[in-house]
Design a protein around this ligand. Structure first.
Ligand code: NAD
Length: 374
């Protein structure tokens, strides 16, 4: 193909992307569903260490919620098939039957899923976040002895991710990806962050972008956040570029000043792992993906394929997915049970330390001890 033909093909491709993004932006304000009699919690194992750690979290929830389950108010439902083998066999990031099963639940506790690098298959998470419209990725990070109490609100459906597998390539010469930010998408993540700040007595909120470089997308993200900020005059708003904020988080002299953060998708992805590491590693934090109809709770680490290859899968630390289960319980209004689980995790993690290697306890040993505490 000549360059001209490739440009024509790319322009047609771009037109279709723009049409799909306009339709998405316009459809963003669908009404949330009403309250339901029964809450269905879907348990999705995922890949690698996912099924091992998710099993322990499922057992803890089963014990903690035994009365609600017996009374028919809560159902724990296992959802199979979100495995890399099945996804590759069906050629879909989330196979249709799995997606239907997921949509029949209200909230999900999901183990990590492997994303093939290269190729065109999208990450299962990106697909789920889009299909369930889980626009807010909420990650709390706390180090009480250092005065750190951060909550990150990462926009979860836009930025570099929404069209991440739909870029353009002129073979042998160049590649181009697309980044998308909508006003409605930014407004709802900003509002979620400010509402959280107000409800939890937080005094400071940081908007984090790279609007000096990404002038259209981050520029608009910043402008819309400031518009929302005007409705919350009691909260002090600051704005930082992502590069300096990344440095600020490792600066003990100032980092405890920060409280709530609102960020576009990619910066949020990167900086929340940095923050989790400050807290003690990716095994120690959970993550919530929240929309107006569904919510999904996860460990923040991946499927750790190298642990599986090394025969260390049984030594995986379940604490991150257990902390995600705590967030799930809070989300469905069971704050007391959430606190009980949170306290029990801290106790179990101290009594049955898991190191990720054979010098530590196994995932099951920690999980069994945890259940005995509940
Ligand atoms: P990873 O989080 O799987 O592993 C990073 C390091 O942390 C490894 O050394 C691993 O052994 C260790 N680790 C992770 N979880 C652990 C646990 N519970 N206990 C002990 N040690 C643990 O990150 P990666 O290697 O970059 O990614 C592997 C796969 O996971 C990739 O396919 C990636 O796309 C996927 N992933 C999925 C999610 C998700 O589903 N939410 C998130 C991140 C990565």
């Amino acid at each position: 193909m000549s360059y001209q033909e490739q440009i024509d093909a790319a322009v047609n491709h771009y037109r279709a992307l723009l049409e799909s993004q306009i339709a998405r932006a316009e459809g963003m304000n669908a009404a949330p569903a009403g309250k339901k009699e029964k809450t269905v919690i879907g348990l999705v194992g995922g890949d690698g260490i996912g099924p091992i750690i998710t099993k322990q979290a499922g057992m803890a929830l089963e014990k903690l919620l035994e009365n609600e389950i017996a009374a028919g108010k809560i159902e724990l439902r296992t959802i199979d098939g979100l495995t890399i083998e099945n996804r590759l066999a069906q050629g879909k990031a989330v196979p249709d039957d799995v997606l239907a099963a997921v949509k029949a639940c209200d909230v999900l506790l999901k183990g990590p899923t492997t994303t093939p690098s290269g190729g065109t298959m999208e990450s299962a998470n990106v697909t789920l976040r889009r299909e369930l419209d889980l626009f807010a990725n909420v990650r709390p990070v706390s180090v009480p002895e250092e005065g750190i109490d951060w909550t990150f609100f990462r926009e979860n459906t836009e930025g570099e991710y929404t069209l991440g597998s739909k870029g353009i390539e002129i073979p042998g010469l160049l590649t181009m990806d697309f980044k998308v930010t909508t006003i409605a998408g930014t407004r709802r993540i900003a509002r979620a962050a400010y509402e959280f700040a107000r409800a939890n007595g937080k005094k400071r909120l940081a908007i984090v972008t790279k609007s000096n470089i990404m002038k259209k997308t981050d520029g608009m993200f910043s402008a819309v956040c400031h518009e929302v900020a005007a409705e919350y005059p009691e909260i002090e708003t600051d704005e930082y570029y992502i590069d300096i904020m990344t440095a600020n988080l490792v600066n003990p002299a100032i980092r405890s000043q920060f409280q709530v953060f609102v960020l576009p998708n990619l910066y949020g992805d990167i900086i929340t792992d940095e923050a989790a590491q400050i807290q003690g590693g990716v095994g120690t934090a959970g993550s919530a993906n929240v929309g107006s109809r569904y919510a999904m709770f996860e460990a923040i680490h991946g499927s750790a394929p190298r642990m599986i290859e090394a025969g260390l899968g049984d030594y995986a630390n379940p604490c991150s997915i257990l902390r995600a289960a705590v967030m799930l319980l809070r989300h469905i209004g069971l704050a007391d049970k959430a606190q009980r689980l949170d306290d029990a995790i801290t106790q179990a993690a101290a009594a049955r330390p898991v190191t990720g290697d054979k010098d530590g306890c196994t995932c099951e040993e920690l999980g069994d001890y945890l259940v005995s505490l509940l």
